[in-house]
Design a binder for this molecule. Structure first.
Ligand code: GTB
Length: 216
């Protein structure tokens, strides 16, 4: 039986590859795995059957035999540890790739999500214009640091790894912010990730869900 993941039945991003099942789909495509997708509504995500899989009532989840997982970091790491292609063989290089996964999720993602949420939900607030530059600056600091580390390399540490997969999906959330334009090397890094055939397959699969959703 192939693993089953959950995804939005009707994604608010209209299938632009921003919902976090994209990371899991991409990882599964990189290793050449087939997988099933169970689509869930916002209502179903908060009901007992889904809460038993995901205590916070979110997507994605991952089920494989007796194992049920939530949190994209844990899911992608689980997949990467069990199949060739997403983590280096060398123990130290493997540890560094995992460090990049954590960096993406715990150092880059929080300020990027904070900025994205403000741009989406706080535009009409009186304090938005004052707060926005501070949120942008927090992201710029991380992008500058990332850019210095990346240098002229294609990927963060040698060959493409789960660290890059996670980092690219996090950075893609800046697509509409304009900030990536200020860092052409980071924009090119994201584009390299998006050009991977496995990314393309994952993106198309997520978009296909939106196209077939009622009312779209
Ligand atoms: N830390 C968890 C993980 O990495 O797995 C976070 C999971 C998460 O945030 N899931 C979101 C969710 O289920 C979907 S991805 N939200 C519903 C809820 O909490 O009730 C976040 C997301 C949603 C929509 C867009 N978008 O429309 O652009 C982008 C990202």
């Amino acid at each position: 039986m192939p693993p089953t993941i959950t995804a939005f039945e009707n994604s608010p991003d209209r299938g632009r590859g921003q919902a976090r099942d994209m990371r899991v789909r991409w990882a599964l495509e990189e290793i050449g795995a087939t997988y099933d997708v169970r689509l869930v509504s916002f209502k179903a995500m908060k009901e007992p059957a889904h809460l038993a899989l995901h205590p916070f009532g979110q997507i994605p989840t991952y089920e494989d035999g007796d194992l049920a997982l939530f949190e994209t970091g844990a899911i992608v790491l689980h997949i990467a540890e069990r199949h060739a292609g997403l983590l280096p063989q060398d123990a130290n290089a493997r540890a560094r790739a995992i460090a990049w996964m954590f960096a993406a999720l715990s150092t880059l993602e929080p300020p990027i999500v904070e900025l994205g949420m403000a741009m989406l939900f706080e535009r009409d607030k009186s304090w938005y214009a004052e707060r926005l530059p501070m949120l942008q600056e927090r992201v710029r600091i991380r992008l500058g640091e990332l850019s210095r580390r990346l240098g002229d390399a294609d990927w963060l540490d040698g060959a493409f790894s789960a660290g890059d997969l996670m980092m690219v999906t996090v950075l893609r959330r800046l697509n509409t912010s304009g900030l990536l334009d200020e860092y052409p090397d980071i924009a090119a890094y994201v584009a390299r990730g998006e050009a991977r055939p496995a990314f393309q397959r994952a993106f198309e699969a997520q978009l296909a869900v939106f196209r077939s959703a009622p009312g779209s």
